[in-house]
Design a binder for this molecule. Structure first.
Ligand code: PHE
Ligand code: ZN
Length: 877
């Protein structure tokens, strides 16, 4: 905690380090009270900053919460006047251009609640060093452009910590006195400190093998606490698929003889790509049919792949500085999305990703923390692990892929990996490799990395039947964001299809890629025999808000006919959005809510057609989320949006009860649970139908209850439970209550299932939500020291339960502020993420905005971490 205002760091101030660290030898001696870290660093002055004969620059090492016990230069102890301890760390004068520095520090991992650096989770020691956690382990040049060959000797009590792991290969081990033992690890690949990891615990593991395409055998191990050993298979299978895919699609092979994953219950993020020793949040790696839903099976597959892919896009080629974070994250998210698309339904994966982007990333772009994919300043880097850096960053890479085509893109990635292997580089290096390999000029395209905000594209058209010329008139603009008032035009790839009256593609290759580069631009299509319906931004070819003045009938037509599966879904969403937006003023005026006939007809066509793709159909049955409706409204009328969405869902439930009944019956699966794409699709369709059936009648409620009882897997069980808990019908109340109790009794010892149990209650919008959440905080199932529990209960309530969070004259805002103030003392990273819903204040009508502002101001009167300080101060500006 610092009282002074944290410093802002600028990209333009980047300067290479004064020293390199060629070797880093760590000795970590783990104890219950004081643990010791001895670090021996081989230092070498950066010749670019020094000429022989001149005085050497001082060596400034970062360190935080360390107690220095001694320091030695080339074996000689430093006297008290030969070093300085500052706010940032340790400063010494170098004796020569190359020297060895040894330091010994004391740390207390058991008291480290920030979950950054070395800490304890359920009795095991583990580390998290990205972005700047290594400085909590020892004094170091804690920056990604300092790459070093690490070795690590861990010693600990043999009974409590039989397993001692670090990066690379185990090279030696032995026993010590007093029941202790040690293991020595060595990682031959130079890496920045943020990729260092260490684990010590009483763990079991499952083991497997992978033979690389060049014929090397790699040992794969997944370590967990003994009680979870039955939940490892899916992650191991996913890992093997990811390893094969990266060989086939990117020509990238794994490089060490062993690849380890460790599951830990206390983790701030999803997972971490430490070299050869990935550390995962348990909820992102452990799964079994009885305890994990289909959604988590898919999430695990994606995250295991993501972390594995980092071995090349992140570890072998890393970031020069943290402004380049999207270099590894955007690229790796693009890689994992393509992997998931290849393993499952490509269209559904795209729909899910675009929904997230449109709901949450667009909201970030429109809020006080808006920043470019490559930010140019920050106070606290932990605040920049954002949807913009990750998801929008991936969209930017996807656009490059589309502009270059798959083959040139692959040549570009080969060039990038080859040219920069073992280096710490920039986004610019990536783009240049893509340009050189393809011959395509990406000068203007680079603005996607530099300018924040979501571009808007408006489209109109004209048709001349005499000449057969059809024209699309585009105009683009981008709203101001903090620090960026006016923007230059973006280079926007827009995939366009033209449909004839029968719904067939009119263009020869069905889709043409229009490259928008001007503020205003017209594109002509010749030899078009009739006035077409345009299908714009197919596959969501650019992360923009596109508008074209479709009639309702045209949207229904696209929904039924577009050859692009993503655009069929998008047309259905746009139609729903329109109908819902017409209901909002009706609600505000107090008149009855009316559902437009076009929508009913479109749904009727959808539900009567034979089911060819259950997964795609399911995505169309899910109405736009309240959070998405909020993102596209200004100001946000919380109650009206909720009421409109409920009314539409109830209308569909009543009108199409027989159709939903059929869908439900026809999607039943026989036999044992399988997490295959096909089975998941049928389950998701069945459960979407169940949701409507339970809205529609008491018989539907009873059906949900039966499904809950009879389920042989967590997906069906949990979806039935969620249906009962969220159902407004009186007959659901008692059943929801008894099933929640039953669910708890059966799964109370399984933290991942309890996260589901908390989140389903936190998202229930019935009256009294805040009181229910507060009661759950006092429940034995809750643990304020565990980020997953905080996210499932408080995070879900404040971000997904709009009625509950915004009701009670600011009571929800006060509640969140109280939680955040308290949490900031223990875990600043989570505090500054949890506060997000309050930072959206400008979206709301004046009275609510004022109440939200008051709570932000109240938070600001406290002594805050840099993390929370940055977010709250920017929100109040
Ligand atoms: N680098 C991790 C990933 O995206 C995320 C992470 C960041 C984890 C910071 C922990 C801390 O794969
Ligand atoms: Zn990542």
């Amino acid at each position: 905690m610092k009282d002074a205002q944290p410093r802002t760091i600028y990209l333009k101030d980047y300067r290479a380090p004064d020293y390199w660290i060629d070797r880093t030898d760590l000795k970590v001696d783990l104890h219950e009270g004081q643990s010791r870290v001895e670090a021996t660093l081989s230092l070498r002055v950066n010749e670019a900053h020094w000429t022989p004969g001149q005085p050497l620059p001082p060596l400034e090492l970062q360190g935080s919460e360390l107690v220095l016990e001694g320091a030695w230069v080339d074996g000689v102890a430093l006297g008290a006047d030969e070093y300085q301890l500052t706010e940032q760390g340790l400063v010494i004068q170098a004796p020569s251009a190359r020297f060895e520095l040894r330091t010994r520090c004391r740390i207390e991992p058991q008291n480290n609640t920030s979950l950054e650096g070395l800490y304890k989770s359920n009795g095991m020691f583990c580390t998290q060093c990205e972005a700047e956690g290594f400085r909590k382990i020892t004094y170091y040049l804690d920056r990604p452009d300092v790459m070093s060959v690490f070795s690590c000797r861990i010693s600990a009590d043999q009974i409590r910590y039989p397993v001692l792991l670090s990066n690379g290969n185990e090279i030696d081990r032995g026993v010590l006195e007093e029941g202790r033992h040690w293991v020595q690890w060595h990682d031959p690949f130079p890496k920045p400190a943020y990729l260092f990891a260490l684990v010590a615990g009483d763990l079991q593991h499952v083991s497997d093998q992978f033979v690389t395409r060049s014929g090397r055998t790699v040992t794969l191990q997944l370590y967990t606490e003994p009680r979870n050993i039955g939940k490892c298979d899916h992650a191991i299978d996913s890992l093997k698929r990811a390893m094969r895919w990266d060989e086939e699609v990117y020509g990238r092979e794994y490089d060490l003889d062993i690849f380890m994953i460790v599951a830990v219950d206390h983790f701030n993020m999803g997972a971490m790509e430490n070299k050869g020793l990935n550390i995962f949040n348990s909820s992102c790696v452990l799964a079994s049919a009885d305890t994990a839903t289909d959604a988590s099976f898919q999430r695990i597959e994606a995250i295991v792949a993501h972390e594995y892919f980092h071995n090349w896009s992140g570890n072998r080629v890393t970031c020069r500085d943290w402004f380049q974070l999207s270099l590894k994250e955007g690229f790796t998210v693009f890689r994992d999305a393509e992997f998931s698309a290849d393993m499952n339904s490509r269209a559904v994966k795209r729909i899910e990703d675009v929904s997230l982007l449109r709901t949450a990333q667009f909201a970030e772009d429109a809020g006080p923390m808006a920043h470019p994919v490559r930010p140019d300043s920050y106070m606290e880097i932990s605040n920049f692990y954002t949807l913009t850096v990750y998801e929008k960053g991936a969209e930017v890479v996807r656009m490059i892929h589309r502009l270059l085509g798959a083959e040139a893109f692959r040549r570009g990635s080969d060039l990038y990996f080859e040219r920069h292997d073992g280096q710490a580089v920039t986004v610019e290096d990536f783009v240049r490799a893509m340009e050189e390999a393809s011959g395509i000029d990406l000068t203007q395209f680079r603005r996607w990395y530099e300018q924040a905000g979501t571009p808007r594209v408006t489209v109109s058209d004209s048709y001349d039947s005499a000449s057969g010329r059809y024209s699309l008139h585009f105009s683009q603009s981008c709203p101001a964001t903090p620090g960026q008032v006016s923007k230059l035009p973006f280079h926007i790839p827009i995939a366009v299809g033209l449909l004839d009256a029968e719904g067939h593609d009119l263009l020869p290759d069905s889709t043409r890629l229009v490259e928008l580069t001007e503020a205003q631009q017209t594109v002509h299509f010749e030899a078009i025999s009739e006035r077409p319906v345009p299908s714009l931004l197919r596959g969501f070819s650019a992360p923009v808000k596109l508008s074209y003045d479709y009639s309702d009938a045209q949207l229904a037509f696209l929904m039924a006919n577009d050859s692009d599966a993503f655009n069929r879904w998008d047309a259905s969403q746009q139609l729903c959005v329109r109908v819902l937006q017409r209901m909002v003023p009706q609600y505000l005026e107090g008149t009855p809510l009316k559902v437009d006939g076009v929508l009913t007809e479109a749904f009727s066509a959808l539900l009567r057609a034979p089911v060819s793709d259950p997964a795609a159909l399911e995505t169309m049955l899910v109405l736009p989320a309240e959070a998405y409706l909020a993102e596209i409204s200004e100001p946000v009328e919380v109650e009206a949006i909720h009421a409109a969405r409920e009314a539409l869902a109830n209308h569909l439930a009543e009108r199409f009860a027989p159709e939903f009944e059929h869908l439900y019956r026809d999607s039943q699966l026989e036999g044992a649970y399988q997490p295959t794409a096909e089975h998941m699709a049928l389950r998701s369709l069945k459960n979407a139908a169940l949701g409507y059936l339970a809205r529609g009648s008491d018989a539907g409620v009873e059906l949900a209850h039966q499904q809950y009882r009879a389920a042989n897997n967590m997906t069906d069980r949990f979806r039935a439970l969620a249906t009962l808990v969220h159902c407004e019908r009186g007959s659901a109340r008692a059943l929801a209550k008894s099933c929640l109790q039953d669910f708890y009794d059966n799964f109370k010892n399984d933290p991942q299932v309890i996260e589901l149990w908390l989140s389903v209650q936190a998202s229930c919008q019935r009256d009294g939500a805040l009181e229910r959440v507060q009661a759950l905080m006092a429940h034995e199932a809750f643990d304020a020291g565990n980020p997953n529990k905080l996210r499932s209960l408080i995070g879900v309530f404040c971000s997904q339960n709009s009625i509950g969070f915004h009701s009670g004259e600011g009571a929800g805002y006060r509640f969140l502020a109280d939680q955040v103030i308290e949490l900031d003392q223990r875990n600043p990273q989570i505090a500054s993420r949890l506060v997000t819903p309050l930072t959206r204040l400008r979206k709301y009508p004046a009275a609510r905005q004022q109440q939200m502002r008051e709570q932000l101001q109240r938070i600001f009167t406290h002594s805050l971490s840099p993390d929370l300080y940055e977010v709250v101060s920017k929100s109040l500006q």
